[in-house]
Write a protein that binds this ligand. Structure first.
Ligand code: PLP
Length: 391
């Protein structure tokens, strides 16, 4: 049968996450017998802690097989609210909390809620590639603000504020940051909050998915610690990174009531609810012992130190010490090669999967991202392969 249809044009504006392409290629090479070390994908290499897995299994055995409330089971929303009270001493009603299938969903929701033709949305660059993709898909103009190496990959509040105009509807921020490992100092966040007083029409979405992985000199500050912003603040967070649960697809958003209602409609239209047993596992994650989180944090801190120190021994590489998340983002301009070229050499010739900085936006040229989510010995082996090649 002949077919001659045209795709709706907005689909051409969708971007992607190259980390998944690199992962597929790395798996393919590994299946052909190559010894591949994967420093490409951004997920903890640890298993989900046993007590959380057991809670998920028990939920299935107990018959939690049906749809739940589209915003998540009430106990879980309450547990998130208690967790926020415990960690940040802030009161967030469970009615503002929405459980979603992965933190990523909140990016898309935010873009759908605030983006349309003639609107502008500011986002970090280099940054998580889904920001730019979701903004473009919404029809809004994506306006990057640059994260600079000489500022520890923090944003400058002044720079963000200077990019706001009457069309700006949303600003996205991310700290601790993917791919740079940068953490924005509290003083910069305070400047942003003060500056935003002049722009009451602008909503802020803060992606805090790495909030528990912060180990540098800048302590993490949540935007929830600025109650004056609450009426126009969206928070993205979840279980994927904190509890090594990327494949369970669990995240949450916090919305002001005006946006919550519509976000709930989006949830009903798109996914109905999150997998029921996964929500019970998430409940156990929050209510159960928390030593698994601090243990992972300690591992990432040690590996980040190891990785950035070793990267600095490679000719043509220079790497800042990451302050959070689990990535190193070395500057590779000293090699005289472009980021994608380095990514390809490392994978094809050396068997080390990394992600080119350009996968995180135009300002990522000159950098590559390496994930610390692998064992110390794998990190040492990967970096010695790279060192042998370049030195
Ligand atoms: N935000 C950032 C900055 C991320 O790095 C990621 C995942 O890599 C996400 C959001 C999405 O998390 P999830 O797997 O929970 O959808």
């Amino acid at each position: 049968m002949k077919s001659n249809y045209e795709l709706a044009s907005r689909n051409y504006d969708l971007g992607t996450e190259t980390a998944f392409t690199v992962l597929a290629k790395a798996n393919e090479l590994a299946s052909k017998g190559q010894n591949i070390i994967n420093l490409g994908i951004g997920q903890p290499d640890f298993k989900t802690p046993g007590h959380i897995v057991e809670a998920g299994i028990k939920a299935l055995r107990d018959g939690h097989h049906g749809y739940t409330q589209s915003t998540g089971i009430p106990n879980l929303r309450e547990a998130v609210s208690n967790d926020i009270k415990k960690r940040y001493n802030q009161n967030i009603s469970p009615d503002q909390i929405m459980i979603v299938p992965g933190g990523k969903v909140i990016i898309f929701f935010s873009a759908m809620l605030m983006g349309e033709k003639n609107k502008e949305i500011l986002y970090p660059n280099p940054g998580f590639p889904i920001y730019e993709s979701a903004i473009n898909y919404s029809g809004a103009r994506s306006i990057p603000y640059q994260l600079k190496e000489d500022k520890g990959f923090s944003f400058s509040a002044e720079d963000i504020l200077s990019k706001i105009n009457t069309n700006t509807s949303l600003i996205i921020i991310n700290s601790p940051a993917n791919p740079t490992g940068g953490v924005v100092p509290k003083s910069e966040l305070e400047k942003l909050v003060v500056g935003l007083k002049e722009y009451p029409n602008v909503v802020l979405m803060s992606d805090e998915i790495y909030d528990q992985f912060c180990f540098g000199e800048n302590n993490f500050t949540s935007m929830l610690q600025f109650p004056e912003l609450r009426e126009r603040l969206i928070i993205l967070n979840g279980w994927s990174k904190t509890y090594a649960m990327t494949g369970w697809r669990l995240g949450y958003g916090i919305f002001p009531s005006k946006l919550y209602e519509i976000a709930e409609k989006l949830a009903v239209n798109i996914h109905s609810c999150v997998n029921s047993s996964a929500q019970y596992a998430a409940l156990e994650a929050l209510n159960g012992p928390q030593n698994c989180v601090s243990e992972m944090n300690n591992h990432f801190k040690r590996r980040a130190n190891l990785m950035y120190t070793k990267l600095n021994e490679i000719n043509g590489f220079s790497c800042q010490k990451p302050n959070g998340a689990f990535y190193c983002f070395p500057n590779i301009t000293g090699t005289g090669k472009k980021s994608t070229e380095i990514q390809n050499i490392l994978l094809d010739d050396l068997g080390v999967a990394t992600v080119s900085g350009t996968s995180f936006g135009e300002y990522g040229e000159g950098y590559i991202r390496l994930s610390c989510a692998n064992s110390d010995s794998a990190i040492e082996e990967a970096i010695s392969r790279i060192k042998d090649f370049f030195n």
